[in-house]
Design a binder for this molecule. Structure first.
Ligand code: SIN
Length: 531
């Protein structure tokens, strides 16, 4: 079996992985593995922007308070403070790498700041309505300029390799499938960093790219990392509702600039659910309000209307959304946009400390796959790109600090035989059917509003699929869909098990049997594997 050696192995090519590679570029050889093309990340799809205190009328204290309030009582304050206070420096990093945020048309010395739900001030830097794509493209360009950073596309990581394969121990690399040459490869590394993003594909409807199958979380769980707060799945209130549209987000910044929500009868409804903030209430509240309206009216979607604003302004401020909706026959300058909620962001993930370190020595996790404590029970809009940037900086400091020790580290190749890798023999329909089942179970029973009966029902079904996988497809298969099915099954199970443990309603986790918050309740829901 091919064995490759690298100093630092980064899994994932979104903002977390790319910015970390740039920060560590002088240390040694860095390899970034990505399972599809480098730009196929959640970062690329981020529209709204990145939050940072920029103006005199704003303060770190206000951004901290907004983050804590939306997080619904269980954010870790030290994490929130670190992120909010280091945001201006991290924005400078992006600008130095070449990201050009939109400027204020009246005062080009200043940036144009937009507003989103839960923010008490305008503090979101953006590049039109395609901020993530602008950041992703710029960072890929910078990374490609550095000789000792390699991006390898179409490499799927299927197993983390630890020194002792049978108990939690130091990381020494990863077992990977080269999807183009259809063969296994071992990558040995002194440090491995999971930047694999979220798990929206666990749900039938999601704003996430196809790559968001929670691989990093499933892998980290299997080697003994603690996984935290998986019950907190954030549903974005407004994804385009159209039979041909797949995962197209209608950014919250439309509401920030004045768009209103209408039900199927053409009536505004948000004041009934949140009389003060209305459309700009935190996402969980807006999402549940839409869910309630859909259930009440029996309609398939609600509408987001920005057509009262000048048409030239809409086209200039939201060019990507305008063009995309037009392709589907919707002119947003004159028509309301049909929208529905969809799974958007996982607030939980691999439990990490303030340096991005996991429970496994030399294994880090950054970005959506991590649970740092910043988001608590619900993420404040536009805090996600920021979290990835801040924690990649933190991890870079820690890795530099450890480097002398790591340089001397001798890594032994693991005892994995090539024969451990198998090919799918039967029809792939068995795999695709289980994919569809998991996503439907999660959407129907572990969605915006949950009940214990629904969660138990979902658990039984997921356990059945898990056993079927164990009986028929245990081990490593040279097939992306099969290996991703294993990831989504593990992640779905972790979400349901966590949801069953949190007997209260908080943040994005709404349980009809326990509709209130409990005062004295656990902060984190932790799950780990028993070896
Ligand atoms: C959006 O533009 O609505 C998404 C921003 C985010 O998820 O923070």
């Amino acid at each position: 079996m091919d064995i490759s050696k690298t100093d630092i192995l980064i899994i994932g090519s979104g903002i977390a992985g790319l910015s970390l590679a740039l920060k560590l570029k002088d240390l040694g050889e860095i390899t970034i593995l990505t399972k599809k093309r480098a730009f196929e990340t959640s970062t690329s799809l981020a529209q709204g922007g990145i939050a940072c205190v920029m103006e005199e009328d704003d303060s770190f204290e206000l951004h901290i308070q907004d983050t804590l309030a939306v997080g619904d009582g269980i954010c870790k304050k030290e994490m929130v403070e670190m992120v909010v206070k280091s945001a201006p420096e991290r924005i400078k990093d992006l600008i130095n790498w070449g990201v050009e945020f939109d400027r204020d048309s009246e005062n080009p010395k200043k940036f144009h700041l937009t507003l989103e739900g839960g923010h008490s001030r305008r503090r979101i830097l953006h590049v039109g309505d395609y901020t993530g794509r602008a950041i992703e493209n710029t960072l890929i360009e910078r990374v490609l300029e550095v000789e000792n950073i390699k991006i390898l596309e179409n490499f799927l990581i299927v197993k983390l390799i630890t020194e002792d394969l049978l108990k939690p121990s130091r990381i020494s690399g990863a077992f990977v499938l080269d999807l183009i040459h259809v063969k296994p490869v071992i990558f040995l590394a002194k440090v491995v960093v999971l930047c694999t993003g979220g798990a929206g594909k666990v749900y039938l409807y999601t704003s996430n790219p196809d790559t968001a199958t929670g691989d990093g979380i499933a892998l980290a769980y299997q080697v003994g990392c603690r996984i935290a707060n998986m019950e907190f799945v954030q549903f974005h209130p407004t994804c385009l509702y159209h039979p041909k549209a797949k995962n197209f987000l209608i950014s919250e910044s439309l509401r920030g600039e004045g768009a209103i929500l209408l039900n199927a009868e053409g009536k505004r409804f948000m004041h009934k659910y949140e009389p003060v903030k209305k459309e700009l209430a935190p996402r969980d509240i807006v999402t549940r309000a839409i869910d309630m309206e859909l259930k009440k009216t029996g309609a398939e979607c609600v509408y987001l209307d920005i057509s009262h604003l000048p048409s030239d302004y809409i086209k200039k401020r939201f060019p990507y959304i305008y063009e995309t909706c037009l392709k589907f026959g919707i002119d947003i300058t004159s028509q309301p946009i049909p929208v529905v909620p969809a799974a958007h962001y996982l607030c939980g993930g691999i439990y990490t400390n303030i340096w991005g370190q996991t429970d496994i020595p030399n294994l880090f996790a950054i970005g959506e796959c991590a649970c740092t404590g910043l988001h608590g029970g619900n993420r404040l809009a536009s805090n996600s790109l920021l979290e990835a940037l801040c924690f990649s900086h933190q991890a870079s400091l820690k890795i530099k600090n450890m480097w002398n020790e790591l340089k001397e580290l001798k890594i032994k190749p693991p005892l994995i035989k090539e024969t451990a890798v198998k090919e799918i023999k039967e029809e792939k329909i068995f795999i695709s059917h289980n994919w569809d089942l998991i996503r439907k179970i999660m959407w129907d029973f572990v969605g915006i509003v949950r009940s214990l009966k629904m969660l138990e029902f979902a658990m039984k079904r997921i356990e059945f699929i898990k056993n079927e996988i164990k009986e028929n497809w245990s081990g490593i298969y040279l097939d992306l869909d099969t290996m991703e099915l294993k990831s989504i099954t593990i992640v779905a199970e972790l979400i349901v098990r966590s949801a069953l443990q949190r007997l209260e309603s908080r943040g994005t986790h709404y349980l009809i049997d326990y509709p209130f918050k409990r005062e004295k309740y656990q902060k984190d829901t932790i799950i780990f594997k028993n070896f």
